[in-house]
Write a protein that binds this ligand. Structure first.
Ligand code: NDP
Length: 297
């Protein structure tokens, strides 16, 4: 391996410590930042994410409000809960864990969240504010990627960035953030022709595809920075007792990419921990804005 390992776990721990200091400052002014997380149903991965979010919210000194609703919750009842949370002054951030069950329209739910409390940054108002360069709530995963890139490179101005994936939650906002930092941005997706050649032009590659180890070392320009957003669980043989073993891999083939790249994020321990740290930072920002307090940097 020649690439520098970008330690998202350590970076996120530092960020959470900074958030905790700021939370103490806000609490001294008599305000306790609060994050409400809503989970509908029992998707095991979502349940793990929600548990981690709640735990880390409390660890930085914020209030955590968890709302676990049964899978047959109606859309109307979920919208009622969102309206209650919108009106609650103790709640500064609201997150509805996706995916929601099929009988609920996710777009309707996201649209119902007060944009000022939309710490996931998925409300169309925040999407529009980000796209027009105004003060927005920025989606946590791409924000975490951007922070790691800025930490590594300082200015990103003029760099060629290729984002692989065009989802609303990662690919598109990632491209907006890189554009805002004056990168030359290309978005690649499932219909992109000669995708390997497109990626090979990049100084910065952000892979958010959901396909295990799709991006291989021969796609990477020597010295490029690789940010691997993917979280994929794949089979890894059998345990001693004969039951199947699994492991987490990213959208990039780590060994071959690390042999060519200048820097790379591991999976796990790269982008993942930064996502929750950014969620806490967004909640703090929302709380400061709601109360007219100076915003953290
Ligand atoms: P989506 O499934 O919503 O989007 C995947 C994107 O990848 C689509 O734009 C799709 O293109 C594109 N794509 C699919 N196949 C190919 C291909 N063969 N070649 C090129 N592009 C392709 O996924 P998400 O954006 O939600 O998530 C992406 C990954 O990031 C997943 O592994 C997910 O688990 C992970 N993730 C990690 C987070 C973290 O905290 N670390 C947070 C969120 C997601 P098209 O639009 O043309 O179909």
């Amino acid at each position: 391996m020649t690439a520098t390992l970008i330690d998202g776990k350590a970076f996120a721990a530092k960020m959470r410590a900074r958030v905790a200091d700021e939370v103490a400052r806000v609490k001294a002014a008599g305000i306790v930042p609060g994050l409400a997380v809503v989970l509908v149903g029992e998707d095991p991965a979502s349940a793990v994410y929600v548990r981690n979010k709640g735990k880390q919210t409390l660890e930085v000194g914020m209030e955590s409000f968890e709302h676990k609703l049964p899978i047959d919750t109606s859309e109307a009842d979920l919208l009622d809960l969102i309206a209650t949370l919108n009106a609650d002054p103790a709640v500064h951030g609201i997150l509805c864990q996706l995916p929601v069950p099929d009988h609920i329209d996710a777009d309707k739910v996201l649209a119902a969240i007060d944009p000022a409390k939309d710490v996931d940054g998925f409300h169309v108002s925040n999407v529009g504010l980000l796209a027009t360069g105004q003060k927005a709530m920025v989606p946590c995963t791409p924000l975490g990627c951007l922070m790691m890139l800025r930490d590594l490179h300082g200015s990103l101005s003029g760099m060629d960035a290729v984002v692989v994936g065009r989802s609303n939650i990662v690919g598109k906002p990632m491209a907006q953030l890189l554009l805002r930092d004056s990168c030359t941005v290309t978005i690649a997706h499932s219909r992109t022709k000669n995708i390997e050649d497109v990626v090979r032009r990049a100084d910065i590659v952000v892979a958010a595809v959901g396909r295990p180890e799709m991006v291989t070392g021969d796609w990477i320009k020597p010295g490029a920075t690789v940010i691997d957003v993917g979280i994929n669980r794949i089979g890894a043989g059998l345990k001693d007792d004969g039951s199947p073993k699994t492991r987490l891999v990213g959208d990039c083939h780590f060994e071959s990419c690390a042999a060519v790249a200048g820097a790379i994020t591991p999976v796990p321990g790269g982008v993942g921990p930064m996502t929750i740290a950014c969620l806490l930072a967004n909640t703090l920002t929302a709380c400061c804005r709601a109360n007219g307090l100076a915003e953290p940097e």
